[in-house]
Design a protein around this ligand. Structure first.
Ligand code: ADP
Length: 668
């Protein structure tokens, strides 16, 4: 068989070889994922950079506007007061005081005048210093902490003014301990400086000019921050002061004992800030970080937001006549936060796009997979169909062969049946020949009786004994009828009767057979057991054929007894019956059957008899007849010697007419 067990195992790699598996390699997915990640990083970086740059530019612009405004405010204030000391120095009261410093009236007049000027000008203090450095009169005369009598020789503004120039100075007051901007003007008389007029301004209001969120500071020409909206930054330097300068500040008591330490301000330096400085930031702008190291800042501002708020866009402006620098510090945090937000938004948008992309890819992959599966299925289906076709062709070929064999067997069977029929016929003829002698003898006896009866009848008629003659004639008629029956049986026996099954009375059949064999019985005793109780016991068979079987069995028994030269020949016929079957056992005390002959006994032409004695057909035909009736025929040796043939037949309902032997009457 070309296709056997694997008939349904359709997954043949060769069959599906043509179907290419879609490429689902994980390396492609990895490449895709890495590309997406790289894209994300690039997008985040660019978004952050662009939004930071734009935010920074906007911040710079808005801060510059404010810085200009602050600078203008400060400048205008300074300008407003610039002329005041000169104006004061021209006043006669002041000049009179300087000319007669010890005149109480002039001192009082000067004090009064200075106080009035100071009040109207909204300055901190206005005072007059003699050429020796001692303050002669002041707007705050008579008040606690009055400047009058204070020695100002060490103050640079006095020294400059004493030198004939205008002195400007920012310092903490040594008397009042209040910071202020000092403008000093020399008072000259006859080409000689006779004194100095000073106006002190309080500029602390400027510290509050800016918004709280945007530190503002002003530093002097040494870089010392003297005004700052952040209190912790005041009196700190933008860069470390050289020792000489420190000593000088000590001597001028400019910051009156305040520890002037550097502010930890450092420019942000990175490739990004350098790039921003080139592209976005102006000349006076830079990005800085201020590390606030004060314990208060350390303990108070520890949140992340404050930590980040120490980064600023520093915008510088030069203000005032004294080379001051104003710095507006715009916190970078909002710009950074915007950049962060924009980056996050871009990342989210990118992630959404990526998800859509991945989803789209997966759907495409799934579609490809499904297509592949379908192609695989189609290939498998084609393969299955191919195999089914091949298998069907095989089966059809086998079927044709089987049909041929069946036809051949049917032919052989019919031939065999014909041969068997022929054999039956031949056997019947043989049996007829065998029986001829017995029949002749059987007919001779009634013929002799007929002659006797007819002779007797003639005598009786001659004697006029008509009644007796009539009786003899009746006997003659019976005899002729019996003879007719015998010949009729022979005719039937020789004929090829169709097998029929009808109730056959066992006793009748046996009697006929025994009557036929009577001439051969001789000294042999035949006993029939089991029939007296049920004379009408019947089997389903054909009468003649059953008789043929019994004739053969009893005939063989007689042959065996004769062969054994048995003096006390005996044939026992036992009849048993149950509800459905009737069993006839024919037992003899003849030769018995040789063990090697036993299996072959029912074969046609098997005989142990001499040529001419037997054809070896009797048992073969008998067993075939019995099978035709639906019965069985079997053989076994009898332990004491001899053989027993057992015939089992289907029982039929008992027949009411059990035949009896014919009566014969003779002349008295
Ligand atoms: P045939 O009588 O022509 O030989 P059968 O078929 O009737 O053919 O018998 C076949 C053989 O079976 C006989 O030759 C004989 O050897 C054996 N046989 C049949 N009946 C008996 C029997 N009662 N006892 C011993 N042998 C028997």
């Amino acid at each position: 068989m070309p296709h056997s067990d694997d008939f349904l195992a359709v997954h043949d790699p060769a069959a599906t070889r043509a179907v290419h598996a879609p490429d689902t390699g994980s390396s492609r997915w990895w490449g895709f994922a890495v590309a997406l990640l790289a894209g994300l990083l690039l997008l985040c970086g660019l978004t952050w950079l662009v939004s930071f740059q734009r935010g920074l530019a906007a911040l710079q612009q808005s801060t510059a506007t404010r810085a200009d405004r602050y600078a203008a405010t400060l400048e205008s204030t300074l300008d407003r007061y610039e002329f005041l000391p000169a104006l004061v120095s021209l006043h006669p009261f002041v000049r009179g005081l300087l000319e007669s410093p010890h005149d109480p009236a002039r001192v009082a007049a000067a004090n009064h005048y200075l106080a009035e000027v100071n009040r109207r000008a909204h300055a901190s203090a206005t005072y007059v210093i003699a050429a020796n450095g001692i303050a002669l009169a002041a707007s705050n005369h008579g008040q606690p902490g009055s400047f009058v009598g204070t020695d100002y020789r060490f103050r640079p503004y006095f020294q400059i003014a004493a030198g004939g120039r205008m002195g400007r100075f920012y310092a903490i007051g040594i008397t009042s301990d209040e910071p202020g901007y000092y403008i000093a003007q020399p008072v000259e008389s006859g080409g000689k400086v006779i004194g100095v007029t000073v106006v002190k301004l309080n500029l602390e209001w400027f510290q509050r000019a800016g918004s709280g969120a945007e530190p503002l500071m002003v530093s002097d020409d040494h870089g010392v921050i003297f005004l700052s909206s952040v209190p912790a930054w005041q009196y700190r330097t933008l860069q470390p002061l050289p020792p000489a300068l420190q000593a000088e500040m000590q001597s001028t008591r400019q910051y009156h004992g305040r520890a002037v330490t550097p502010l930890p301000l450092e420019p942000l330096d990175s490739p990004v800030t350098r790039w921003l400085a080139q592209t976005t930031l102006g000349a006076n702008a830079r990005l800085v970080r201020v590390r606030d190291e004060s314990p208060a800042a350390r303990t108070t501002f520890t949140s992340d937001a404050t930590q980040r708020a120490d980064r600023y866009l520093e915008l510088g402006r030069t203000v005032g006549p004294a080379d001051w620098t104003m710095q507006v510090m715009a916190p970078l945090e909002p710009v950074l936060a915007n950049a962060r937000n924009a980056t996050v938004a871009a990342a989210l948008a990118y992630a959404c796009i990526c998800l859509l992309l991945v989803n789209w890819r997966q759907r495409r992959q799934r579609a490809r997979d499904m297509q592949y599966s379908r192609r695989l299925l189609e290939a498998a289906y084609d393969e299955l169909e191919r195999r089914v076709e091949a298998r069907t062709a095989d089966l059809m070929a086998i079927n044709e062969k089987l049909e041929e064999q069946v036809a051949e067997r049917t032919r052989a069977e019919s031939e065999l049946r014909a041969a068997q029929d022929e054999l039956v016929q031949a056997s019947k003829l043989a049996a007829l020949g065998q029986m001829a002698a017995g029949i002749t003898h059987e007919l001779n006896q009634p013929l002799a009786a007929l002659r006797t009866f007819s002779d007797n009848t003639r005598v009786l008629l001659e004697r006029g004994q008509l009644a007796a003659a009539e009786g003899n004639l009746t006997a003659i008629a019976d005899l002729t009828e019996r003879m007719g029956k015998i010949t009729g049986q022979l005719k039937l026996f020789a004929g090829k009767a169709r097998p029929v099954r009808r109730p056959v009375v066992v006793r009748t059949a046996l009697d006929h057979v025994l009557a036929l064999l009577a001439p051969r019985l001789g000294e042999v005793t035949v006993s029939v057991a089991g029939l007296d109780e049920q004379p009408g016991l019947s089997v389903r068979a054909d009468e003649l054929k059953l008789e043929q079987v019994l004739l053969n069995l009893i005939g063989n028994a007689l042959d065996a007894i004769a062969s054994a030269a048995q003096a006390q020949g005996r044939i026992d016929i036992d009849v048993h019956s149950d509800a459905g079957t009737v069993t006839l056992a024919v037992r003899d005390n003849g030769t018995g059957i040789a063990p090697e002959a036993l299996p072959r006994l029912f074969e046609p032409f098997f005989t142990t008899k001499e040529t001419g004695q037997g054809l070896g057909l009797g048992l073969a035909i008998s067993s075939s007849i019995v099978r035709e009736f639906g019965g069985q025929l079997s053989v076994a040796n009898v332990p004491g010697g001899g053989a027993q043939f057992t015939l089992v037949l289907a029982r039929a309902p008992a027949s009411p007419s059990a035949n009896a032997a014919l009566p014969v009457s003779t002349p008295q």
